[in-house]
Design a protein around this ligand. Structure first.
Ligand code: NAD
Length: 508
């Protein structure tokens, strides 16, 4: 068993928390570590410490922050094996999957560190004819302290999409990992303290919903939340008390479209991996497949072959691990039962595939669009496959739900594929591969509807954690001064003539 103090920055000298909670290995139910369930007072004290650290961190120049972030990246890379073991133990996912998630996080820290200056530094903009005497500058200043509330499914990659970008933009961060993965969260925070020992720029608070509520209701300058849409609403309500802004990265019900000219082997391979990896507990995982009629049977056959060969387990050869959140198994069960009761056809597995804590792969066909397995996030190793007459109908059905996170298009024709990708109502679409956008740090990540709002990753992700600041500097006296109580009629006449000359032309 790992002691909480080994992985957190909570020191024995501090007042002890009244309550603790255990984090378990989902495959064995073995206790991994015990953590404090931090009350509001402790969250507030952490945010106050962060306020001082934020001033110090923001006072460093771009290069100094970049050097420290790159040192952190290098530290994580060198200890990747150790961190991956911890992710494997706490989430149950295979070691290689844990390694992939850490590699993606490393790529994002690198990008955020190297691009923060270029994206956020002051830049001159044109001042326009009316304000020609002004020099105009726009810049992006740190917000101060960012509260990051994370989920358990990708405990390194997902919160890092906010943490790395918030830090690179010059903010301090208070991080509340999921109560299912506090040891991973603690590891990240203490590894940062190893390379940036001067100030607590990145701190940890541990606990469940109450600790999250306390962070959302604290004096932080922004909340970066990742989790379910239901929880996002509660976080938003807590943020509303102080008008604290938030970015919400919520769930998805991502669609996967297969056109008649698609490479069906590649499509089946991608759909199988996209649905089953991480036991389907992926916000941008494949949940619904829409296949054009002419290739439906061949695709379903190829998909079933691949999916049937997959097996969950805790051993090195397992395709994926156990369900990390035991309660999610009931959701999967409800969705499958509902789909079957409405006339859905089991192609691979069915209700008997549920063997707690594991769920064997499940593929259902002919599932009515009103079924929960189509309208709600299942978050399990399951997928529905639906035949459609053409891509237009596939797109119509794909765009039918409340979510709008990611999506996939498989098509041979480049133009058709791009058009379909644009028409998918989602924040990100991958063409001829799955979730490829997560590995491109310059691309923004986020959704709409029940999938949330705001963006992490890329330049948009850096700006999400900055206060946009506009500055004008008068560089010469105005030709016509309109902002004086001593304004002359002649100045107004000249201004009106100028505006009519510049903007009054007729357009056809
Ligand atoms: P969740 O909503 O149950 O919890 C997320 C976080 O919120 C946890 O840290 C939890 O302790 C905290 N929390 C719970 N109740 C709270 C409250 N009332 N106030 C403040 N904080 C509270 O989600 P989860 O089960 O941890 O994660 C799974 C969900 O996350 C899925 O819906 C998945 O799709 C989504 N997700 C989205 C993305 C994305 O980037 N869009 C990435 C990963 C996961």
């Amino acid at each position: 068993m790992v002691r909480a103090m080994d992985t957190t920055v909570w020191t024995p000298g501090q007042a002890g928390p009244a309550q603790t909670f255990d984090t378990l290995n989902p495959a064995t139910s073995e206790v991994i570590a015990t953590f404090p369930a931090m009350p509001e007072s402790e969250v507030d004290a952490t945010v106050e410490r962060a306020r001082f650290a934020a001033t110090w961190w923001a006072g460093l120049d771009w290069k100094e922050r970049q050097t420290r972030l790159l040192a952190w990246k290098s530290h994580i890379t060198r200890y990747l094996g150790r961190l991956a073991e911890l992710v494997h133990t706490e989430t149950g996912k295979p070691l290689a999957d844990a390694q992939i998630e850490i590699i993606l996080a490393i790529v994002h820290i690198d990008w955020a560190a190297r691009n923060a200056r270029k994206v956020l530094r002051p830049r001159r903009v044109r001042s326009g004819l009316i304000a020609i005497n002004q020099a105009a500058t726009v810049e992006y200043q740190p917000l101060g302290v960012i509260g990051v509330i994370g989920p358990w499914n990708y405990p390194v990659f997902t919160p890092m999409g906010s943490i790395a970008y918030a830090l690179a933009a010059g903010n301090a961060v208070v991080f509340k990992p999921s109560e299912l993965t506090p040891a991973v969260g603690g590891w990240l925070v203490s590894s940062f303290a190893d390379v940036v020992p001067e100030q607590p720029v990145l701190q940890l608070v541990t606990g469940g919903a109450e600790t999250g509520q306390a962070l959302a209701g604290s004096e932080v300058d922004k909340i970066a939340f990742t989790g379910s849409a239901g929880t996002a609403k509660k976080v938003m309500a807590a943020c509303a008390e102080n008008l604290t802004p938030m970015v919400a990265e919520c769930g998805g019900k991502d669609a996967f479209l297969v056109s008649a000219d698609a490479d069906l082997d590649a499509a089946a391979d991608a759909a199988a991996w996209g649905a089953l990896s991480n036991a389907g507990q992926t916000c941008v995982g494949v949940e619904r497949v829409y296949v054009v009629e002419g290739v439906y049977h061949t695709f379903l056959e190829k998909l079933s072959e691949r999916v049937s060969a997959a097996r969950p387990g805790d051993d090195r050869e397992a395709s994926y691990g156990p369900m990390t959140l035991p309660g999610q198994i009931e959701v999967v069960e409800r969705h499958i039962a509902d789909a079957l009761a409405r006339g859905g056809r089991p192609v691979v597995g069915g209700l008997s595939s549920i063997r707690r804590p594991y769920v064997d792969p499940i593929v259902l066909a002919d599932v009515p669009e009103q079924s929960r397995a189509i309208t709600e996030e299942t978050f399990g190793p399951t997928l529905t496959v639906t035949r459609v007459p053409d891509m237009e109908e596939g797109l119509r059905l794909a765009n039918g739900g409340r979510y709008g996170l990611g999506g996939t298009v498989f098509a041979g024709n480049k133009k058709l594929a791009m058009e379909a990708a644009r028409a998918l109502r989602s924040g990100m679409t991958a063409i001829n591969s799955v979730v490829a956008f997560t590995a491109v740090p310059a691309l923004p990540f986020g959704g709409s509807g029940d999938s949330g709002f705001g963006r992490i990753h890329g330049a948009d992700g850096l700006r999400e954690f900055a206060r946009t600041k506009a500055i004008t500097r008068q560089r010469m006296r105005p030709l016509m001064n309109l902002t004086t109580l001593a304004r002359k009629d002649k100045d107004m006449r000249r201004t009106l003539s100028l505006v009519t000359f510049v903007h009054g032309k007729r357009y056809r």
